[in-house]
Design a protein around this ligand. Structure first.
Ligand SMILES: [Zn+2]
Length: 448
């Protein structure tokens, strides 16, 4: 029994529905959530809140409260290249289109505004935390911070000249400087290192990137075993599979996050499981580039910590985690020819508490509990396609971004009834359109 003593809080969400326990009632009605500072301080039936007041009251009628979704892999700034080069092989897409476009257009200004557009898209579709990786990442961090969005921002490391790092010999020191600066900044953005892949970073660079991450106490993210050609390429260059290559270099540990892992065999999965490294699957991007379908059920069976990511808008082309969850559940059923391979409840977990675990944040993110950060989304369930609701699994198969009405991150309202409160969306879209105009003109200059 909660003691009945007066409690003043910053935000009190009333009349809200919460997910019920599996096998019991699907939704628990007439609940409240009290938020003080950055945290949830009380959550439960309304009759436990008779002595709780809030400086701001949010009426949650017809709304379901869920933990904010966690997008474990994105390149926010790549919204500029959304739709620029569709329907291509990964190698052609990267080498003939994306890398040249980034070399020409990925300026600090571009990273700031295009990441802000990504933040808008993600908040509007219920994502409250994103793991981002790009160049000029200090500008991405500033964009997430200005948008009020939580982020793990990882500075890119790659073995050739990159935006903001003209000489690859400087990429580790640039990442180190970014981490030092970011660790001194606000509470929303946590820095990290993003080594692009084993085929764009040589072994020395990979080891140096991991050594830096260890020295600074941050995570290392890396694209790994994404396309069918990657194992052939790495076996050709290094004599072993991409996973074994990283393992031999001493890079796999619980603070390393491996993205994709589509082309992995049983021995690779055993190595990943033993290392404690996290994995992020990005099914939409993998399907669009025809990279394949990650063996998610095999990963989960081994106890690997797995999160879900959209990847960047150039290869998806959406940053909507509801779309990602739906697709992830269904392609896994087809890959395994088994409809129970990875159930919807497991997918929802990957997009919330599982994602938090991959990012090392399970203690304070990923679920609605007292003491956790108040990263909360309010979903309108009073719509025909979400009625009746026999269980929250319906959110995976039936909900869309339009039903996300209100979003709180770190105890702050960042969207109320679909209006973004922290920045001017119209200005952001105008800035991105102006940048896209330059891309278009440079792609068509000299054409007859
Ligand atoms: Zn990626």
């Amino acid at each position: 029994m909660i003691p009945d003593q007066a409690m003043e809080t910053d935000i009190l969400i009333t009349n809200i529905q919460l997910p019920g326990r599996l096998g019991e009632t699907p939704l628990v009605k007439d609940c409240s959530i009290a938020i003080k500072g950055e945290q949830i301080v009380r959550i439960g039936p309304a009759d436990e809140f008779s002595s709780v007041s809030g400086k701001k009251i949010i009426n949650g009628q017809n709304r379901l409260a869920m933990p904010g979704l966690i997008n474990c892999h994105c390149h926010g700034a790549m919204t500029l290249f959304r739709g620029l080069a569709d329907d291509l092989q990964l190698g052609d897409w990267l080498n003939d289109h994306i890398f040249p476009a980034e070399a020409a257009h990925a300026t600090p200004e571009m990273v700031y505004w295009c990441t802000k557009l990504a933040a808008a898209e993600m908040i509007l579709s219920g994502t409250t935390t994103v793991a981002d990786g790009y160049f000029h990442e200090q500008e991405a961090a500033r964009a997430f911070s200005d948008a009020g969005m939580r982020a793990v921002a990882a500075q890119g490391v790659i073995g050739f000249p990159a935006p903001g790092v003209v000489d690859p010999a400087d990429n580790i020191s640039a990442a180190g400087a970014f981490i030092d600066q970011q660790q001194a900044d606000g509470p929303l953005v946590e820095p990290a290192v993003f080594a692009h892949s084993p085929y764009t970073c040589d072994p020395e660079t990979l080891q140096a990137a991991k050594a830096l991450a260890r020295e600074k106490g941050v995570s290392l993210f890396i694209h790994l075993a994404e396309s069918r050609s990657e194992p052939e390429m790495i076996i050709g260059m290094q004599g072993e599979s991409p996973v074994r290559h990283l393992d031999a270099l001493g890079i796999l540990d619980p603070d390393t996050v491996c993205i994709h892992c589509v082309w992995v065999d049983d021995a690779d999965l055993d190595i990943l499981a033993a290392s404690g490294a996290g994995v992020v699957v990005c099914p939409q991007s993998n399907l669009k580039l025809a990279s394949g379908i990650a063996p998610l059920a095999d990963m989960l069976a081994r106890g690997i910590s797995v999160g879900l990511g959209t990847d960047g808008a150039a290869s998806n082309n959406s940053l909507d985690m509801f779309r990602e969850m739906d697709l992830c559940a269904k392609v896994q059923k087809c890959r395994n020819l088994d409809p129970v391979a990875v159930p919807a409840s497991r997918i929802l977990e990957m997009a919330t508490s599982g994602g938090a675990a991959v990012l090392g944040r399970e203690a304070d993110l990923g679920s609605l509990e007292p003491g956790k950060k108040a990263d909360i989304i309010l979903i309108d369930v009073d719509v025909p396609h979400l009625q009746p609701m026999h269980g929250v699994d319906l959110l995976v198969y039936g909900a869309g971004k339009a039903e996300v009405r209100t979003v709180l991150i770190n105890g702050q309202l960042v969207m109320e009834e679909r209006k973004l409160l922290r920045f001017d969306l119209a200005e952001t879209m105008q800035r991105v359109r102006a940048l896209a105009e330059v891309v278009y003109r440079s792609n068509h200059s000299g054409a007859s």
